[in-house]
Design a protein around this ligand. Structure first.
Ligand SMILES: Cc1ncc(COP(=O)(O)O)c(C=O)c1O
Length: 481
């Protein structure tokens, strides 16, 4: 495209309107037709090279042509995490108002790293963080920061905990996680310098919740060996099964042992706004820090995670750079300092976008009650799945419906466990090729199990039942292979 403007990279009003309308048409079509689309298309690398490889363009192409290419060749060839029948991993159903929020965020391109650059935007971010604090039951002196997602929130939480409790890296420090903890925690720990010998993986009980006796024993052994236990990571909704670790008893233990309690609620913490979620998450507000991802169960487009801390000063302590180390070109900014509202002093990023805008916009536009209704659908759909599975003796429920997740396995007494493992894997492949719904497996107690996480607010009970009917048919077909 060659713009008619005398300035490079500038479009006229008419051109902007035309391109914007075309893009918006694609977006609206996506929201309206998503349900009828194939839920999981993955191309081979050869196919994508053939379809999409182009040279570095010296001259431009019409934007309309490029938008058509994206709509035809790129967006459909993906796992649709916002599809009403996407039940794998953690789905990310989004909403149109937040999409408009993202458009405004990138259009205005506010620098939300410090107060001078984005005073009003920072105020909205503070409002959103205060709302999140209120949801989890944090006190006024708590704080937080919006980040890219759960991995960054978990990493930042442990960096802050280490600074608060140990004053920095310490080769004797030990962190405790359960065998169900999300892999982002091990990754974050490694990045910030914890060796494998400083991470303890604690066993889980029959409900796949962190075992307190095992944890107590590990702490005792480490203290006896002259090590420094300092942090326990608990799960508020594991990705595998939705299990919630015993948060209240863990808070008691951490208080007794003077340990930092971090709760990874990237997936589940948002459910605290519902009655069932609040009951399951009792004790959440007693954690020293909490990860809560709005791009999971708060229906926001990627990338939006949130780290909350009981005491806001711990983020400044961990992430604020000493005056002497400040970049010289930030001198005027730090002269103006409002350290408690300069987000670059609360986290890893200096340049950061106005991340909270979409959540602020959608929460204000819909109201919390609408979000509560949306999350309740996830609890209901997992319950429908459990009832459907229990009514058919060909299925075994491995873990019950909890926090919008259920896991299950094909049950055929004439087959060995190993044969059932293979049937499970083959049924996943057949289901994925079918395209009606996406269901994946996970490994529970050493064996593959199917898993549904039906948290899209538009999912219906009929769709859940039809998914399970097809899964049974594919399991029968897989048994014959
Ligand atoms: C419980 C939990 N923690 C952390 C993460 C990592 O979050 P992200 O993928 O946003 O970095 C996930 C992702 O699914 C998760 O389910």
């Amino acid at each position: 495209m060659k713009s008619k403007s005398p300035h490079p990279l500038e479009l006229s009003s008419d051109e902007m309107r035309a391109v914007g309308q075309r893009a918006l048409d694609i977006v609206i079509k996506h929201f309206e037709n998503n349900r009828d689309e194939h839920v999981a298309r993955t191309l081979t690398r050869d196919d994508t090279e053939r379809l999409l490889r182009t040279g570095l363009p010296e001259e431009g192409t019409s934007v309309n042509e490029l938008l058509d290419l994206l709509a035809r060749d790129v967006f459909p060839n993906s796992l649709k995490t916002d599809h009403p029948r996407f039940y794998a991993f953690v789905p990310s159903p989004s909403n149109y108002v937040s999409v408009i929020g993202d458009l405004l965020t990138s259009a205005h391109n506010l620098f939300a790293g410090h107060w001078m650059a984005s005073s009003a935007a920072s105020q909205l971010e503070i409002n959103v963080i205060d709302w999140m604090k209120e949801l989890v039951g944090y006190p006024a002196e708590g704080g937080g920061i919006m980040v890219s997602g759960g991995s960054m929130a978990n990493l930042s939480a442990i960096a802050a905990a280490r600074e608060a409790r140990l004053g920095g890296p310490d080769a004797k420090a030990v962190v405790y996680c359960s065998d169900q903890t999300h892999s982002s925690m091990a990754k974050g720990l490694r990045i910030i310098g914890f060796g494998a010998e400083q991470r303890r993986t604690v066993g889980t009980d029959e409900g796949l919740r962190l075992s307190i006796p095992d944890l107590e024993q590990a702490i005792k052994a480490d203290r006896a060996a002259g090590l420094k236990p300092f942090c326990v990571v608990a799960n508020a909704g594991t990705t595998n099964t939705g299990a919630v670790d015993p948060l209240g008893p863990l808070a008691d233990l951490c208080a007794r042992e003077n340990l930092w309690l971090h709760v990874d609620g990237a997936y589940g913490a948002a459910a605290v706004i519902t009655e069932r979620g609040r009951a399951a998450l009792a004790g959440l507000g007693r954690a020293d820090s909490i990860t809560l991802d709005p791009h999971k169960w708060l229906f926001q487009p990627y990338e939006l995670g949130c780290l909350l801390v009981r005491d806001a000063s711990v983020l400044r302590k961990a992430f604020r750079i000493d005056e002497d180390d400040h970049a010289d070109y930030l001198a005027d900014v730090v002269r103006h300092v409002h350290a408690d509202v300069n987000f670059f002093e609360h986290g890893v990023q200096l340049t950061r976008s106005f991340k909270a805008l979409k959540l602020w916009l959608s929460l204000r536009a819909f109201g919390l009650a609408e979000f509560r209704r949306a999350i309740d659908v996830g609890f209901d759909m997992a319950d429908v799945a459990e009832a459907t599975l229990r009514a058919d003796s060909r299925w075994t429920v491995v873990t019950p419906s909890q926090m919008g997740i259920i896991s299950f396995r094909w049950n055929d007494p004439s087959r060995s466990e190993k044969e059932i493992d293979a049937i499970t894997s083959r049924s996943v492949d057949l289901m994925r090729a079918d395209g009606y719904a996406l269901v994946m497996s996970t490994i529970l107690r050493g064996r593959p199990a199917l898993r549904l996480c039906p948290i899209h607010p538009g999912t219906t009970a009929d769709e859940i039942r039809e998914t399970i009917r097809r899964l049974a048919a594919f399991s029968v077909e897989a048994s014959a292979q």
